[in-house]
Design a protein around this ligand. Structure first.
Ligand SMILES: Cc1ncc(COP(=O)(O)O)c(C=O)c1O
Length: 326
């Protein structure tokens, strides 16, 4: 019997109703060249064009709008994020009139830190480890009576990210599979919950940077990652975390394909270039990872019945002075 998951399709549709006046319905792009090269129909969901430049706007604004209704005594929100969730939380706070502090590691791309400040949030820099971020975040929450909005391991964040799939399947009902870049797994688990509910036969795949060993974990059903959580050595700064979350893990285990697409830096770079040149879209390396999966050897082995494939262009917050091929 299927286990009861923390988030269900009702939470996602509720989130969609809640956030749809705040976010963009992002467009779908296709490209003849990529269809020719891959022998399939590839549909790109341009979340790089979402508010704040990534899908993270969905989860952040869903969490904050819900919090405002359910807990009016909270003074503001705080989060820790390498950038995109921070930017999204800062934007969502401003859009809903909440105070906000964002904890970011010192090495975060300048473009992401500048954007957080522009949205009017307080920026707090911390040490390089995942544990440093959490400690800094908890301190702010305690001292200021702020609610923590985690980047992925939170029911309302997962439900918000799931709205991508509701929209995508409205726009392209014939999708047979969706490829989703993963870090903590908030986006992938949300998409899996919604997509598998709307279309039970659809396959939802993870795309990871080298070293994440997600396939080994999903196949064995065990969290094989070392503790404390580590960062991967990848140019895709949005998807650097090795471990997935504790809330997202059971969802992934139940709903996501065990086969995982693993991509390296060179493949990510080449895919990013392809998107810049052919689709004329600005994407960050995490989006490049999803596109790289489509060019991978494993992709060629996908069952021929999987014809229409969605790829999430998850973010576009790239520092144009430091593009990875320069
Ligand atoms: C651009 C981008 N893509 C993908 C991800 C992965 O999202 P998740 O942590 O929900 O797996 C992130 C996370 O920060 C991101 O910023």
């Amino acid at each position: 019997m299927a286990t009861k998951l923390a988030v269900n399709f009702g939470d996602v549709t509720e989130a969609y109703r809640r956030i749809s006046n705040f976010i963009h319905k992002t467009p779908i792009f296709t490209n003849n060249k990529i269809n020719e090269l891959t022998g399939r129909n590839i549909y790109f969901k341009a979340e790089n064009l979402q508010k704040t430049g990534s899908f993270k706007a969905r989860g952040a604004i869903n969490s904050i709008l819900k919090l405002k209704v359910e807990n009016s005594s909270v003074a503001g929100v705080v989060t820790h994020s390498s950038g995109n969730h921070g930017q999204a939380t800062a934007w969502a706070s401003k859009s809903t009139g909440f105070s906000c502090s964002i904890v970011v590691p010192k090495y975060s791309p300048a473009v992401k830190m500048a954007a957080i400040k522009e949205y009017g949030a307080e920026l707090i820099q911390c040490g390089p480890l995942p544990t440093d971020r959490m400690a800094a975040c908890e301190k702010v929450a305690r001292e200021k009576n702020y609610e923590i909005i985690p980047p992925f391991d939170h029911n309302d964040v997962i439900a918000g990210q799931g709205t991508i799939a509701v929209e995508f399947l409205e726009q392209v009902p014939d999708l047979d599979a969706i490829l989703v870049p993963i870090s903590g797994g908030g986006m992938l688990s949300g998409i899996a919950i919604a997509a598998k509910h709307i279309k039970p036969g659809i396959k939802v795949f993870a795309v990871e940077p080298e070293g994440k060993i997600l396939e080994k974990c999903l196949t064995s059903g065990e969290r094989l990652w070392p503790n404390p959580p580590q960062y991967l050595d990848t140019i895709a700064d949005g998807i650097r975390l090795q471990q997935v979350g504790h809330l997202t893990w059971p969802i992934l285990l139940e709903l996501v394909e065990k086969e995982v697409f693993t991509v390296n830096n060179e493949e990510i770079k080449a895919a990013m270039k392809f998107v810049f040149q052919r689709l004329k879209l600005v994407v960050e390396a995490a989006s490049g990872a999803g596109v790289a999966a489509v060019f991978s050897d494993r992709f060629k082995t996908l069952d021929s019945s999987i014809k229409n494939i969605g790829v999430i262009l998850c973010g576009g917050n790239v520092d144009i002075d430091h593009l990875p091929w320069y």
